[in-house]
Design a protein around this ligand. Structure first.
Ligand SMILES: [Fe+2]
Length: 469
């Protein structure tokens, strides 16, 4: 068990009024953590986190993500504002110092009266596992250098730590969330991002300048560790009244993912292996009914997962299937009906979703017995089913989801309307430690946690185990 450091950030401490009157019902807990709920507002355009890097045509909005299926490639992306400039990436490992080069492609797009900068995407391949690399972009005018560490080779008892962030936006609270993630002593080596990035679509005409500011705001993390992207509803940007009828246009131009490496036909659903994990990203806002491309892909995808190679099976999606808040209630239901039986059959360890601006963790439950006439349509405990975690509490300008359905469903273990982030810390083939951090606490304080037991290698009920604290 971790030693918790109760060091407190004074600037956040003032926000807290009264602490922790907890309502407990059948093992379900609704936190009554009381806070001074101030309106969540976006940071102004002249905020320091949005500042342009110095120099002519200096690359900005630098971000990386995994570039292949196994973790030996990285997609490096950046934007140059004045001209396309060089599409070259120079990169070298900490050990060899021998500089190699790769060349990317440049994209631009228009959105109503906005014209994007020059968006570069460059895949660097054949990297060594577990190696620190430096990379340089903006060659010719104002080069900038960053670094990343490649994951360990895919394997059974390979420790690896993921951060979890959702629905981030660019408010003052978003900045606190990102800072808490960066300062977390157990910070991840990659971020699983469960959708809703910039919230630019909350501005008139979906002002895409707010996509640029989001890219600059998050660069301090995204340039140094891969963020694994999931598309949310705020990525759709479908606005026919102003002539914008191509869904996901800003998102797909700005954020590339390695979907072809998993034989997907669209960037909204895909999979990667990373260290000890197999991660399947699903699309809540692309067709998922029977015979659709996503359905056919997922049907073929699950049997490919080899738990003797990647013991941990993680699914990311934006709209949660199990959500007991009065926000987006049952929006994930139709996808649940289509896919839940596969999740149980293939023993998914955990499903992370966003969309609801709060935190919630479920028991292992399924609701797959219903066949139209038998009336068996309630969630039941199921040790082959995943734990469902909603982590849409990144802090965007829409504020917290504070209104919950009452009573709390018995399958809902813990729910709380606070901004925060989480960590999924895989130790070996059997154990992973999950923790949730709320922004109102110190950086090292865990507001909720659970030792996960792997569904393939150690399918014991976590909630009744003496291993839990
Ligand atoms: Fe959403």
């Amino acid at each position: 068990m971790r030693v918790v450091d109760f060091s407190f950030s004074a600037s956040f401490a003032v926000l807290i009024l009264v602490l922790n009157v907890v309502e407990v019902c059948n093992g379900s807990e609704t936190s009554r953590f009381v806070r001074n709920v101030e309106k969540t507002v976006d940071m102004p355009l002249d905020s320091d986190v949005f500042a342009l890097p110095p120099g002519y045509n200096a690359p900005q909005q630098v971000h990386i993500t995994q570039g292949d299926h196994e973790g030996k490639a990285v997609i490096v992306s950046w934007v140059t504002p004045n001209e396309a400039g060089s599409n070259k990436v120079l990169y070298w490992s900490e050990k060899s110092k021998l500089k190699k080069q790769a060349f990317g492609k440049v994209y631009t797009y228009k959105f109503y009266n906005y014209t994007s900068g020059y968006i570069h995407h460059c895949t660097i391949s054949n990297l060594k596992y577990n190696t620190k690399y430096f990379y340089e972009v903006g060659i010719g005018y104002s080069p900038r250098t960053f670094w990343f560490v490649t994951p360990p080779e895919v394997g059974l008892d390979v420790p690896y730590t993921f951060g979890l962030i959702g629905d981030l936006g660019q408010s003052f609270d978003s900045n606190i969330t990102l800072t808490h993630y960066e300062q977390n002593p157990h910070k991840g080596k990659a971020v699983l991002f469960v959708g809703d990035l910039s919230y630019a679509d909350n501005y008139p005409f979906h002002d895409n300048v707010r996509w640029d500011t989001w890219g600059r705001f998050t660069e301090r993390s995204t340039a140094y560790q891969p963020w694994i992207w999931t598309a949310g509803n705020h990525e759709i940007d479908f606005v026919p009244e102003i002539g914008e009828t191509e869904p996901f246009k800003p998102y797909t131009n700005r954020y590339h993912v390695p979907y072809k490496a998993s034989e997907s036909t669209a960037p909204f659903w895909y999979s990667i292996k990373r260290g000890p994990s197999y991660i399947i990203v699903l699309a809540s806002y692309s067709a998922y009914g029977k015979y659709t491309p996503q359905y056919k892909w997922l049907e073929m995808e699950f049997p490919k997962v080899n738990r003797s190679e990647t013991p941990w099976l993680i699914v990311l999606m934006h709209s949660p299937w199990y959500n007991s808040y009065n926000y987006h209630y049952m929006e994930g239901e139709t996808m649940r009906v289509m896919y839940e039986s596969w999740f149980v059959k293939y023993k998914v360890d955990v499903v992370f979703a966003g969309h609801v601006h709060a935190y919630e963790r479920s028991q292992r439950i399924s609701n797959i017995a219903y066949n139209i006439v038998n009336g068996r349509c309630v969630p039941v405990k199921d040790q082959s089913a995943p734990v469902y975690i909603t982590i849409g509490d990144g802090g965007n300008l829409e504020g917290l989801a504070t209104n919950m359905t009452e009573p709390q469903p018995s399958y809902s273990v813990y729910r709380e309307a606070s901004f925060g982030h989480a960590i999924f810390d895989i130790k070996n083939r059997t154990h992973a430690y999950f923790s949730w951090n709320r922004n109102h606490d110190g950086y090292a304080v865990e507001a909720d946690s659970l030792w996960f037991f792997n569904r393939h290698w150690y399918p014991v009920d976590e909630l009744s185990s003496s291993e839990q604290k």
